[in-house]
Design a protein around this ligand. Structure first.
Ligand code: FES
Ligand SMILES: [Fe+2]
Length: 454
């Protein structure tokens, strides 16, 4: 081989050296880290209520070892795992009528961490211990089968956030959780990366969702207060399909259906097929904790099976052989395959990664704001009484323009669609649906009129 064969950078294995330094500011989540401090200013789901039986459960969230339990009166406790006496694990504790009792020497704690009794001590010492000793505990809220915790400073605790999608009455909301053996940001990145649905979920292995995902389409990204949105607009025959991926900072995510829409059937204002939080377990493990939403405006009820939420979440079921994972990789393979904590310096971001760039920038700003002593930006309820959300899909009947490149029209439609949703922010759900559907029908009519007149 002659030297000039190497002149274009081929066979550059030796010269290509990657950094091994992850972006600590965005990826470390433990107590006292900047990102960990930021995330601790929000409520996060930590467990599925149906999996909490009569025994305490050991959990790890944001790098902290915790125990979740329900006392015999039905009250939930989320506490530090180690008993403050001599550090036995409360996972082996006994749930009492009120609180939990450590297995080792019987110290008894309330759900808020107060020491109620330290048996075997002289009474005056017992009283002193009750005043002095605290078990670390966090506030808990149970909502439609998910258990949420707030792990930040109590003085900064925000109201428990109710997003509109948490109150949809026409959906069957099925709790699920999905494990990822990698850093939380790798899992979060995918929501603002609509392009991956065309490859990972369609053109690479088998078609994991509906057929229409294979078409790349137009991508537009939107930023509105604490919302970051990626709209993927595709032409499918005589229809235009708008699919909205949504992130509400720091980790609330939604997207259109996996199976109900493929662009071939008209669909007005379908809502998200999952309502989901990306929750760091520690720096190298993550849980997506969510509801899968089934119904006319979500994914089809026939997918409401034990495997359905797994496929909607990752493109494939969770438990698969190595060969199955290689032949048809899903989100777990894509994100875990990057390594436990991916190194951003080694990436080569391109224009379709605009959503990811934007997300990381916004996260960094918020993390720094908290470090400066400010409160982080939080999504708040509008006059509708809930926090509005936008993830979902709509398919409009609009015939093809007589031009080889429709991207501008698709982009304009995406902008109009988002604008009409924003206009409905203050409306209650019923009014909002009516308003958005009327506007969408007008759009179709206008498009039909303009193509007719040309
Ligand atoms: S270690 Fe818990 S009571 Fe002693
Ligand atoms: Fe995906």
């Amino acid at each position: 081989m002659k030297l000039d064969q190497f002149s274009q950078g081929a066979f550059a294995g030796y010269e290509t050296r990657l950094s091994d330094q992850p972006d600590a500011e965005l990826t470390q989540v433990g107590p006292g880290t900047p990102c960990g401090d930021y995330l601790r200013r929000f409520w996060h789901p930590v467990f599925l209520a149906r999996d909490l039986k009569d025994l305490p459960v050991a959990l790890k969230i944001l790098g902290e070892e915790l125990v979740l339990f329900r006392d015999l009166s039905g009250k939930l406790g989320l506490v530090h795992q180690r008993c403050p006496h001599r550090l036995a694990s409360l996972e082996y504790g006994k749930c009492e009528q009120r609180g939990i009792r450590c297995c080792y020497h019987g110290w008894h704690f309330d759900t808020d961490g107060t020491l109620l009794d330290a048996p075997g001590q002289p009474p005056h010492l017992n009283e002193r211990l009750k005043r002095r000793i605290r078990l670390g505990a966090y506030p808990v809220v149970e909502y439609k089968g998910l258990i949420f915790g707030y792990m930040g400073p109590i003085a900064e605790m925000p109201e428990f956030p109710v997003f509109d999608a948490m109150a949809f009455e026409d959906m069957e909301m099925v709790p699920y959780q999905a494990p990822f053996r990698c850093n939380w940001l790798q899992v979060l990145d995918a929501i603002l990366d609509p392009l991956h649905t065309s490859f990972l979920h369609s053109n690479i292995g088998r078609v994991q969702f509906s057929e229409g995902f294979g078409e790349v389409g137009q991508m537009d990204f939107f930023e509105k207060d604490n919302w970051l949105l990626g709209v993927n607009t595709r032409r499918v025959g005589g229809h235009i399909w708008l699919r909205v991926n949504e992130l509400v900072l720091p980790n609330f995510t939604q997207a259109g259906s996996a199976f109900a829409a493929d662009g071939t059937q008209r669909r007005l204002y379908g809502r998200s097929s999952f309502t989901r939080w990306v929750v760091p377990v520690d720096d190298e493990n993550t849980l997506a904790i969510a509801w899968a939403n089934f119904g006319e405006r979500g994914d089809p009820p026939e997918w409401n099976t034990p495997e359905g939420p797994e496929v909607i979440e990752q493109g494939e079921v969770f438990d698969r052989t190595c060969e199955q994972r290689q032949r048809s990789p899903g989100d777990a393979e894509a994100t875990e395959g990057m390594g436990r904590i991916t190194v951003h310096q080694n990436e080569n971001l391109v224009s379709s990664d605009r959503g990811i760039t934007l997300m990381r920038k916004r996260l960094r700003e918020q993390i720094r704001a908290v470090q400066k002593g400010e409160s982080p930006a939080r999504a708040s309820a509008t006059n509708s009484g809930a926090i509005p959300t936008y993830g979902g899909d709509t398919v409009l009947r609009i015939s093809r323009e007589d031009t080889p490149d429709e991207s501008e029209t698709l982009s304009q439609l995406a902008h109009e669609f988002m604008e009409m949703q924003y206009q409905a922010d203050d409306l209650n759900e019923e009014e909002r649906v009516r308003f958005v559907c009327e506007k969408l029908t007008e759009l179709e009519t206008q498009a039909a009129g303009s193509s007719h007149s040309e």
